[in-house]
Design a protein around this ligand. Structure first.
Ligand code: ATP
Ligand code: MG
Length: 576
């Protein structure tokens, strides 16, 4: 697992190594701290890669800690989904599974300690007043942003005794939701707004999925997170760059609570084109039913990628290639697609399937004859061997592989032209049947040349096109789900004020073809397995993460398109 980790851990590895060399750190311990308010996405996979990778590199440990101090949004189903995805990615946290909600009592005591030190107070200002007193960044006359000092709360100078008493009453449920908060007493003139007496506790009568109604006060992230790290003896708390501005506060709580000196180090978060990486936004797609669920194959969630046909190796390959930087950037989703394509090219067995079938009749084929032709399973892997595919007088070909009137440079079937049927024979198009009413072409007619079995022409004649096919009698039916990017633009969040990112949703992100036909071997492809449909792309037999009834099975086959065959990324890379 994460065999590539060391090279890619880059500056984080160096920072940790320095702490170890200087004797500040004895045994390295990191943590991955998801909030159970949604399913993990590929951005989290990057954080996991870093957190577990650093621990592994330094022969330390990585805790899985659920950062569950926000009762409104959290749920046990998310805890389960997160653990399932972590396991699938190949990570093992053994018995190091923790919950910030288990620390409520300890956190409460640490808050009391700050009160006793004169470093925390109960405030009666409401949320809006707190914001107004804190102040905000404003442009000066030269349009340079500056931050005028805020204003102290009139309740800031309460005595230690009064604060201890009021805080106990807050816990005991004596006050209404929002009526009081506990705040750290730092500096209302601090240039970093987060340091202006941040709220540590709020009153919220909302049952928590683990602690039930035991608490009606809940600790805020900035107070809870550093102290949870310290309680667990986390030496290096690795997180994405948006937490950089929180670091002084992280250090303030650690220092003044006099607890284990955990150290926060930030790295660039992963942003990907044509998708969104934020649970808050992903949940909107699920709730608005823009997608079928968290594991919809269009979703950038781990479960969605898995259902789409990605393997943990392809995801790790991608994370290794993008590396870990100190500044945010946008990664082209085509790089992710390139990684899964390379991965599947090596391991996916090849099959023939027709997505939009058009009947092809071979008029000179002996009536009722079935011939079995040999086909290579995977040209990249000789050990994968060969298989026999049935060939008959009526076949299905791809609708777009025939044109009544061919455009220039069209080398596929049209009246009078020859093509090679993959692994089979060279055929000549002799005509077609047309429905007199609708004008629709109902069948293409051709003759085959028996001397060309296997597709080779004995007379070296030039045949430019090769097309795929399946036997009409022996084909299996399946549903093809053609997935495309979730959003139609690279940066879906770039929208005019007052409009939603949902307006950039790609209405063509899913096309369902119910009448697709495949060679008989497809009936045996197990749900969750990926194959290549020759000339069409990589497809994965559908496997739902939550509901096995939905899985692809004989008689109800469903194949999800993982990615097409054309590698747009390789071209981009070549151009530089
Ligand atoms: P989201 O906005 O998706 O809810 P979050 O940061 O609120 O993300 P958490 O569950 O709190 O989600 O995050 C757990 C860890 O994953 C944090 O350490 C966070 O830094 C990291 N993380 C979240 N998103 C990304 C990302 N896009 N790239 C890298 N790391 C990320
Ligand atoms: Mg969060």
């Amino acid at each position: 697992m994460s065999e590539n980790a060391p090279e890619y851990l880059d500056f984080i590895k160096d920072a940790v190594a320095k702490d170890v060399a200087e004797g500040k750190t004895k045994a390295v311990r990191t943590r991955f701290p998801p909030e159970p308010n949604g399913w993990l996405h590929i951005g989290h996979a990057k954080a996991i890669f870093v957190d577990f990778g650093v621990a592994e590199y330094f022969k330390g440990e990585c805790n899985l800690r659920f950062d569950d101090t926000n009762p409104e949004k959290e749920d046990i189903s998310y805890v389960e989904a997160i653990k399932r995805d972590l396991r699938w990615l190949g990570y093992d946290w053994a018995d190091r599974e923790f919950y910030a909600s288990d620390y409520y009592e300890t956190l409460y005591e640490l808050a009391r300690k700050l009160i006793r030190m004169g470093l925390a107070y109960v405030d009666d200002l409401d949320e809006d007043e707190i914001r107004a007193y804190r102040g905000t960044n404003v442009p000066d006359k030269n349009n340079i942003t500056y931050t005028p000092p805020g204003k102290n709360s009139p309740w800031r100078e309460r005595s230690v005794e009064e604060n201890l008493d009021l805080f106990a009453k807050m816990r005991a449920g004596k006050f209404a939701d929002g009526a009081k908060t506990l705040r750290a007493k730092i500096d209302m003139g601090h240039p970093n707004l987060l340091m202006r007496d941040p709220v540590m506790y709020r009153i919220r009568r909302e049952p928590h999925y683990r602690t039930g109604t035991a608490w009606c006060i809940y600790p805020m992230y900035d107070f809870q997170h550093p102290l949870s790290d310290a309680i667990e003896g986390v030496t290096h708390s690795l997180c994405s760059l948006e937490y950089e501005i929180h670091r002084p506060l992280y250090n303030w709580f650690i220092e003044h609570c006099e607890v284990f000196p955990s150290r926060q180090i930030e790295f660039a978060r992963l942003n990907l084109t044509r998708t969104v990486l934020s649970k808050r936004l992903l949940i909107q797609l699920v709730r608005d039913k823009k997608v079928a669920g968290w594991d919809d194959p269009r979703m950038p969630t781990i479960a969605g990628l898995r259902r789409r046909g990605y393997s943990p190796e392809a995801i790790r390959d991608f994370l290794g290639r993008i590396g870990i930087a100190k500044t945010d950037s946008m990664v082209d989703i085509q790089l992710l697609e390139h990684c899964v394509r390379e991965n599947l090219n090596k391991k996916a067995s090849r099959h023939m399937a027709v997505l939009r079938p058009l009947k092809l009749v071979i008029d000179n084929w002996p009536k009722g004859q079935v011939e079995f032709l040999e086909a290579v399973n995977n040209p990249e892997d000789p050990a994968a061997g060969t298989r026999k595919i049935p060939f008959t007088g009526e076949l299905f070909i791809e609708n777009e592989d025939f044109r009544e009137l061919p455009p220039p440079k069209y080398f596929r079937l049209f009246p009078g032209n020859q093509v090679r049927l993959r692994y089979a024979y060279i055929i000549t198009c002799t005509g077609f049947d047309k429905d007199p009413v609708s004008g629709e072409i109902t069948a293409v007619r051709c003759s085959y040349d028996p001397a060309t079995r296997g597709g080779d022409a004995p007379d070296n004649r030039k045949v430019k096109g090769t097309i795929h096919w399946v036997s009409a009698e022996q084909a299996v039916d399946f549903e093809a789900r053609l997935y495309d990017h979730l959003f139609a633009v690279d940066r879906p969040m770039d929208v005019a004020p007052g409009t939603s990112f949902l307006e950039n949703f790609n209405p063509q992100s899913l096309e369902i073809l119910s009448g697709a036909k495949g060679e008989p071997a497809l009936a045996c492809v197990e749900a969750g397995t990926c194959v290549q449909f020759e000339r069409l792309g990589y497809f994965c037999a559908d496997k739902s993460v939550l509901n096995a009834d939905e899985d692809s099975k004989p008689g109800a086959l469903v194949f999800n398109r993982t990615v097409g065959l054309r590698d747009t990324w390789a071209k981009i890379e070549k151009k530089g």
